[in-house]
Design a protein. Structure first.
Length: 254
């Protein structure tokens, strides 16, 4: 554990500022965010979720195939649609539970084929049909912790997290990247706060994805909030939309 802590600290200090290193990526994301077709609600969300910094860190480019896994209402999928361009593709993947939650937003976002390079899919978590070496990148935003939640009475059956992550690793091309954004949990809690608080420990995430063969290659501090003590459920009115969040990028070895 001590060696993991040292590795984690060193990588964060070394890589925390890497989002600013790719000017062309920064500009491409800025252009996508400035698209006048985006809704006012999405622009308002930009203020708290800072997609400029998040997607610049990921380094997704034109022509790529990106999977937005558990992408909900497609906020990130619409930005990526512009970012990857007409020769790229965004696979927006929800399970039945997320589809039910986001259906109204999705109907409006995808109406009249307004995002022609976004393919919407409803798939069971144990068979997302991601293929092999088919993705240039993937992202899971505020939903990674859900791999460790089980609430079948409320429509969320338990997920085999290891098998789920393996599907993504298999689908990523060598050099492909996985972007993770999630609500931070208290240090030392691992995955235990996922069930009740919908949080997951940052160090646990690094260990989890590393165990599946992905390399932690970058992080930014832009969504951290030191005033969040990690004790509240993320839907609590006093912290909702203002949680302490971590942003990680992992890469499949070439």
């Amino acid at each position: 554990m001590r060696s993991l802590t040292l590795l984690f600290s060193g990588l964060l200090m070394t890589l925390a500022g890497c989002a600013g290193s790719g000017t062309s990526s920064h500009d491409a994301v800025a252009n996508a965010l400035a698209n006048p077709a985006r809704s006012e609600a999405d622009h308002e969300r930009d203020i708290r979720d800072k997609p400029q910094q998040v997607l610049t860190l990921a380094g997704f480019k034109r022509g790529m195939v990106i999977a937005d896994i558990f992408g909900g209402g497609g906020y990130y999928s619409e930005i990526l649609s512009d970012l990857v361009g007409p020769k790229g593709e965004v696979r927006l993947i929800n399970n039945q539970a997320y589809d039910g939650y986001a259906r109204k937003v999705l109907e409006k976002r995808l109406a009249d084929n307004r995002l022609p390079n976004v393919k919407y899919e409803i798939s069971p978590p144990d068979n997302m049909n991601l293929g092999s070496n088919s993705l240039d990148g993937a992202l899971i935003v505020m939903s990674y912790h859900d791999l460790y939640v089980a609430d079948p009475n409320d429509g969320w059956p338990a997920i085999d997290a290891s098998q789920f992550i393996n599907q993504i690793v298999t689908a990523l091309k060598p050099g492909g990247k996985l972007l993770i954004v999630d609500h931070a949990a208290r240090e030392g809690s691992g995955k235990t706060d996922a069930q009740v608080l919908h949080r997951i420990e940052e160090k646990f995430a690094i260990a989890d994805f590393s165990a599946h063969g992905l390399k932690f290659v970058g992080s930014i501090p832009d969504l951290h909030n030191s005033e969040d003590d990690h004790s509240l459920n993320v839907f609590n009115a006093s912290i909702k939309g203002k949680t302490d969040r971590f942003v990680h990028v992992y890469q499949k070895p070439r």
